[in-house]
Design a protein around this ligand. Structure first.
Ligand code: WQD
Length: 346
């Protein structure tokens, strides 16, 4: 009998890639998504890749009654992976209440329902944003690094949600949790059937870069080259989205097989390598042969100067390691952008 997993935000970028890997690992996946930042045709893509169409419910996790209806309709959920959240750093500064209401209420509702419906564990999609700008001696950053005051309401909701999970379990709730702190997810599935497709003008680097490369955007702005880094541009830990998806499968196995050592475990999910924005651009040009039109502009408010992960714990305890190179991840992003053009989507 396949174990049933509920994936919230499952038609989104990371959620859809994780659904593919969960199905490949033999799980029965139920997706709930309110489609506020994704499209239901992603379900066709998932089915095309795996041959299995996941069950889908268009539900907002903030709607407790509707959410409970999903738990009733799909009994025997073994675990939840919670991706559904608003995630644009800049927008969170303009609309903080939207972020606090959506990102916190959705998690609280799930936690409320889990014990009632016998759901063992939850995997929470967190972010390296919780570290803020690590001190130089704390780079690469480990899970024990101090949590710093969030640079944005988005980052603050991640910190608050981690605390909510810890407090709830500490209060005696009979559930367990694994918190995954992502670094920068990039790329697309190797089939180029699913990938990152932000609504409107992309806020984050890779979609803006590939849209510039294909001619949708005239020029990529690099937000600052006067940072204290070797080439002056910011440094990040760019992780291939399929590697990230597989980290969720490893974490879910750990929960459903009861192997988690503590009721709450935290793992950094990255490559462990720091790459600068300009290095990434040079790598993109090298692997694709496409000359990118970009210019250096002023720094973006709220940007962290340099952050990359120490991923020993994920490698040694979770038994997961990122295996794809930056070259491969960037090539997959470019192939995806070309597919979007061929399919007349953009
Ligand atoms: C990366 C680097 C920019 C766009 C945020 C969240 C994180 C996650 C990913 C959700 C920075 C530079 C970017 C551009 C640029 N969110 N850049 N020109 O800010 O590291 O992380 O998004 O999953 O939790 O914090 O990602 O891609 O926006 O920026 O120069 O047009 O690229 O300055 O140095 P970020 P990003």
């Amino acid at each position: 009998m396949k174990k049933r997993i509920l994936v919230t935000g499952g038609t989104g970028f990371i959620g859809s890639h994780t659904t593919v890997e969960l199905q490949n690992a033999g799980y029965d996946v139920v997706i709930i998504d309110n489609l506020s930042n994704s499209d239901a045709n992603v379900l066709d893509g998932i089915e095309k890749i795996t041959g299995i169409r996941p069950a889908f419910e268009q539900v907002d996790c903030c709607d407790l009654a509707a959410l409970e209806g999903v738990f009733k309709k799909y009994p025997g959920i073994s675990g939840i992976i919670h991706f559904a959240a608003s995630k644009a750093v800049g927008e969170s500064v303009e609309k903080p209440l939207k972020y606090y209401e959506n990102n916190i209420m959705s998690l609280v509702n799930l936690l409320k329902l889990m014990p009632e419906y016998g759901v063992k564990g939850i995997i929470f999609s967190s972010s390296c944003t919780v570290y803020g700008q690590p001190d130089p001696e704390n780079l690469p950053v480990t899970e024990e690094a101090p949590i710093k005051t969030a640079e944005s309401p988005y980052g603050n909701t991640k910190q608050i949600n981690e605390e909510i999970i810890q407090d709830y379990i500490k209060s005696g709730a009979n559930i367990s949790a694994i918190i995954l702190r992502y670094f920068n997810p990039i790329g697309a599935h190797p089939t180029a059937i699913i990938g990152e497709l932000p609504n409107g003008v992309p806020a984050n680097l890779i979609p803006y870069l590939t849209q510039t490369a294909i001619g949708i955007r005239p020029c990529l702005s690099v937000f600052g080259d006067d940072y204290d880094t070797p080439d002056g541009s910011c440094i990040r830990d760019f992780i291939y989205v399929v590697d990230l998806a597989k980290a969720h499968v490893a974490a879910m196995a750990r929960i459903v097989e009861g192997k988690n050592a503590d009721p709450v475990e935290i793992f950094n999910v990255g490559t462990g390598n720091g790459v600068s924005v300009l290095q990434l651009i040079n790598t993109f040009e090298k692997v694709t042969g496409v000359k990118l039109n970009y210019k250096i502009v002023a720094r973006r408010a709220g940007d962290i100067e340099k952050v990359w992960g120490n991923v020993d714990k994920a490698n040694n305890v979770l038994g997961w390691k990122a295996v794809h190179t930056l070259d491969e991840a960037l090539l997959s992003a470019w192939k995806w952008q070309q597919q979007l053009r061929e399919r007349g989507i953009m």
